[in-house]
Design a protein around this ligand. Structure first.
Ligand code: ZN
Length: 301
């Protein structure tokens, strides 16, 4: 009887666990990704606003970014087990923003290695309640605990995992964050560019550096990737970085002209509206902050 009750109890508990109903999208035969909505996190999307990927390395998966919560990481893992039942050999965190790594503890509690840049030591916000916790539902956030990467690197690193070579590259200077890491797979020419590439919604350079970001995109171009997966947005062709590059290039040109004309920061924010981008999601709430942050960088040139 006790066993039956236990079964019922745990059965009901697991049934009521929040399910993101994530659907993996095939990018290549060895890479599947989950694409989040072009929205701000809220209690409807529950932080499913971000992309994450699974790399099939033959003997197991490498997971790039773990999403906004434990339940997200579990949903993604379960969906991938239906495609091919493989253990997770390694998790990679591309950068410190919490929509990309709060699913870590789903993996660390199973003893999986998590690799991130050493920027986590310096800039990751580990305070509780987390930003995500404040905005998404308690059901979706259940069991989530901020978990740092178990290993941190400060420079470019090449790893061999199963049948894959993974080139981990860290942007040379501040771009989207102080240290943005990307993953390049030379075998299938897939670049998981994380938040150096946005499409479908405006990128955010608050806390970053417009010049470093554009320089990082130039460096990524040299890899010759055929498939480019951003941190937000569903485009995955080789030109997926175009919107991000064109947006910041135009912004830099217009802000430099404003500075040359002697305009202050407030006047520049009024002037540099870049109306062609109003059709993109998150224009409101992002664009003005981008102009402000970029003015503060460009005024020192
Ligand atoms: Zn980010």
């Amino acid at each position: 009887m006790k066993t039956l009750l236990m079964t019922l109890f745990f059965g009901v508990t697991s049934l009521s666990a929040y399910d993101y109903a994530l659907k993996p999208v095939r990018v290549t035969s060895d890479v599947h990704c989950f694409f989040g909505k072009p929205e701000i996190m809220d209690k409807t999307n529950n932080g499913n606003i971000v992309n994450s990927c699974y790399i099939d390395a033959g003997e197991g998966y490498v997971v790039v970014d773990t999403g906004p919560s434990y339940a997200y990481a579990r949903s993604a893992y379960k969906a991938m087990q239906k495609i091919k039942p493989l253990p997770v050999k390694l998790v990679i965190n591309t950068h410190i923003h919490d929509d990309h790594w709060l699913g870590n503890n789903f993996f660390t509690e199973q003893g999986v290695r998590v690799l991130g840049s050493d920027d986590f030591k310096v800039n990751a916000d580990m305070s509780v309640p987390t930003r995500m916790q404040t905005y998404i539902s308690p059901e979706a956030y259940a069991k989530t605990k901020p978990a740092m990467p178990t290993e941190m690197i400060g420079t470019d690193t090449t790893l061999k995992i199963g049948n894959q070579t993974l080139e981990l590259k860290i942007a040379k200077r501040k771009a989207h964050t102080a240290k943005d890491m990307v993953v390049y797979l030379p075998k299938s020419k897939v670049l998981i560019a994380a938040d150096l590439v946005f499409n479908d919604r405006l990128p955010s350079v608050r806390g970053g550096d417009i010049n470093g970001w554009l320089a990082a995109l130039d460096d990524l171009d040299k890899l010759g990737a055929v498939h480019v997966v951003g941190g937000h947005g569903e485009r995955t062709d080789k030109d997926a970085a175009r919107m991000t590059r064109e947006y910041f290039t135009q912004m830099r040109t217009e802000i430099r002209s404003a500075i040359e004309a002697g305009l202050g920061i407030e006047e520049t924010m009024e002037k540099v509206t870049m109306d062609g981008y109003k059709k993109y999601k998150l224009y409101e709430g992002t664009h003005r902050h981008n102009v402000e942050a970029s003015y503060r960088v460009l005024e020192w040139e």
